[in-house]
Design a protein around this ligand. Structure first.
Ligand code: FMN
Length: 356
């Protein structure tokens, strides 16, 4: 049976299909429950949530499904607690005209940002979800051991072979190989994200060759053929993000979903302009105009804070070319708008391909 792998055994799920967790308020309980109920592993990104919010989200998910699910955090959630005056001035110079165009005041210098990870991790240990995945870093072997004592399975995320080796050395249970086709942020933690730009299928093969921990392929997969290709190369499961983000159950704006199904989705780009860290979404005016101006963008998450009023203003004034719609390179072939229907299609297509 193609769908019985080390990953499904470890996670206690029927099909080797993980729904990629989305940070920044794009995950939803309905999406997690729909995927877990269909035999995959639903995932919820909680890196922007407070410990209390995480506990509440966990309760809602437990009320919606009794199947395994995954909560996700960012280990490194800040690149600089405070920006310098000169960085702020540069950002105002580069982005100020967009605020002016929308009739918005230039935002003040972002407030210092303190990492939330330690407190969030404590909450995860307290509420004990069956699965805890993380990106932008590795956990210490002690924390992994503590997770195991609490019966929590851990999944780390690698964008390079070196990162996979570093994750394996900590004893993490599973490793996601995140290729550069993927939507959302590039979660590199050993080297610069821009130079850690390996595609999913190369990365899976490199990791598979040198690492014993089971590998989950992420990036550019949205069909049964994609699942079969990834598993043929050695992945023991896949993680699918963009195709689930486009489903009705996700917390994306209806317009965001429409954009993923539109002609515009043919053109995605990696940019730091909207958060301060490199991430993939549909190209727009601002991402195009800021190419090569990296040094005028504030560090993460200060840039996100700086741009937040522009985002709200662009939504209010329906200036869609100023909003960044996160998504991956696979978007132009998406077909399904309901998570259960997408799951059914993935399983049916993969089953047919594996049995021919
Ligand atoms: C909008 C968006 C937000 C994401 N946020 C997170 C996150 O917070 N944590 C995480 O581990 N992965 C995150 N991802 C990555 C997905 O979980 C998944 O690995 C990726 O989308 C797979 O590639 P695909 O988009 O080509 O399917 C995000 C992806 C998207 C599109």
């Amino acid at each position: 049976m193609w769908h019985q792998t080390k990953v499904t055994e470890i996670l206690g799920i029927r099909y080797p299909i993980l729904q990629g967790p989305f940070g920044g308020n794009l995950s939803s309980t309905q999406l997690v429950a729909a995927v877990s109920e269909a035999g995959g592993l639903g995932g919820y990104g909680v890196y922007t949530n407070t410990p209390q919010e995480i506990a509440d989200i966990d309760k809602q998910i437990r009320n919606a499904t009794n199947k395994p699910y995954n909560l996700n955090l960012w280990v490194s959630d800040t690149d600089a607690t405070e920006g310098t005056d000169s960085q702020y001035k540069q950002a105002v110079q580069l982005f100020g005209p967009y605020f002016e165009e929308l009739g918005l005041p230039i935002p003040p210098k972002p407030e210092p940002y303190l990492s939330r990870f330690e407190n969030q991790l404590q909450t995860i240990l307290d509420i004990q979800p069956r699965v805890f995945s993380y990106m932008f870093g590795k956990l210490t072997a002690d924390i992994i051991a503590e997770c195991h004592r609490k019966n929590i399975i851990t999944i780390g995320t690698a964008t390079t072979l070196d990162e996979a080796l570093a994750l394996e050395a900590t004893g993490t249970d599973l490793i996601i190989a995140s290729g550069f086709e993927a939507g959302g942020h590039r979660p590199s933690f050993l080297d610069n994200a821009a130079t850690s730009a390996t595609g999913t299928f190369v990365l899976v093969q490199l990791i598979r060759e040198k690492v014993k921990t089971p590998v989950i392929a992420a990036g550019g997969i949205a069909t049964g053929a994609g699942i079969k290709a990834a598993m043929t190369l050695g992945a023991e499961a896949v993680q699918i993000g963009t195709a689930f983000l486009a489903c009705e159950e996700s917390n994306a704006l209806p317009l965001h979903r429409e954009m993923l199904f539109s002609e515009k989705a043919k053109y995605t780009t990696l940019t730091r302009a909207f958060s301060g860290r490199l991430g993939r979404g549909i190209s727009n005016r601002i991402s195009a105009a800021t190419i090569g101006k990296e040094d005028q963008i504030l560090p993460f998450p200060l840039q996100r804070q700086f741009m937040s009023s522009l985002r709200k203003g662009a939504i209010d004034k329906q200036k869609w070319d100023m909003l960044f719609f996160w998504g991956g390179q696979i978007a132009p072939i998406l077909k399904h708008r309901k998570a259960a229907v997408l799951m059914e299609a993935l399983i049916k297509e993969a089953t047919a391909l594996f049995t021919t």
